[in-house]
Design a protein around this ligand. Sequence first.
Ligand SMILES: Cc1cc2nc3c(=O)[nH]c(=O)nc-3n(C[C@H](O)[C@H](O)[C@H](O)COP(=O)(O)O)c2cc1C
Length: 293
Amino acid sequence: MIRIANVEMNDFITVASGIVPDVLDYVDRVCEVVKPASITLKTLTKNPIEPHKAPTVAKLHDGCYINAIGLGNPGLEFLKYMNRWGKCQFIVSIGGSSVKEISEVASKVKNFGEIIEVNLSSPNRRGFGESMSAYAKEVTQAVKDVVGKKPVFIKLGPWDSILEIAGKALEGGADGLTLINTLKGMKIDLNSLSPMLSYGTGGISGKCIHSLAVRIIHDVYKEYNTEIIGIGGVFSWEDAIELMSVGAKMVGIGTAILELGLAIVPKIREGVEEYLAEKGLRLCDVIGKAVRK
Ligand SMILES: Cc1cc2nc3c(=O)[nH]c(=O)nc-3n(C[C@H](O)[C@H](O)[C@H](O)COP(=O)(O)O)c2cc1C
């Protein structure tokens, strides 16, 4: 059990957004296997979005991928199924291409899940995600205005301007931040001498962004001492402890599930529990411990 932004989460692990597609049977199965971890749903937008054309994912190295799904999702229609998963906790990820649209989506999802996560960081569809990060304060205020008591986390990316944008989200009233989304990159197909992904660029995820996540979470926690869901290249319990030691209260697992399957979730949980027992520590003793104030 972990208390974050005044909400009780059954576990410190969440499945990162986009890893479980908004497909009923799939969510059913994941819910069973990852319990008590929560599931962060794939970002939902007001209207359905078709994913970009294949190829949308390419492997860069072991544990490192680049993807440009492009926020493909079924839209708010998906919410009609939400009551089916009473046993699982959810973080509901939302997005949109204007402040007004994101706040409309927020007002529709406010009764679902434990936390609302606003995606201001996906690099894979122009006008959405990262494109909306310039309005971090306005978006956060607008979402907070319509969701009542439900905690709102703003998901940001590994940018040079992270402290400034994180500050804007917090000024707007964010209850916490989710850090980090993927890092924009490109992979070239040497046969055709053209970008491998149909969208051209994509978001780099997995092991190659882990140290970047550690540094960003460290810097943001040091500056703002806020609630953080830490994500980025968590493949082992050691990676999870590392993110928590720089300030993450919960840890999201993404690419590791794509590469190693859902069994990595209980494995990481057990590893963290063994580490804590061996050291005689509680989770709260680890959070932020590596950050010099
Ligand atoms: C295939 C794929 C789809 C993703 N879709 C979303 C999404 O819809 N919304 C979002 O906020 N993040 C999305 N992400 C980003 C992840 O939630 C996570 O922030 C990122 O992959 C870094 O974590 P990781 O290294 O553990 O994968 C996606 C990542 C991948 C690999």
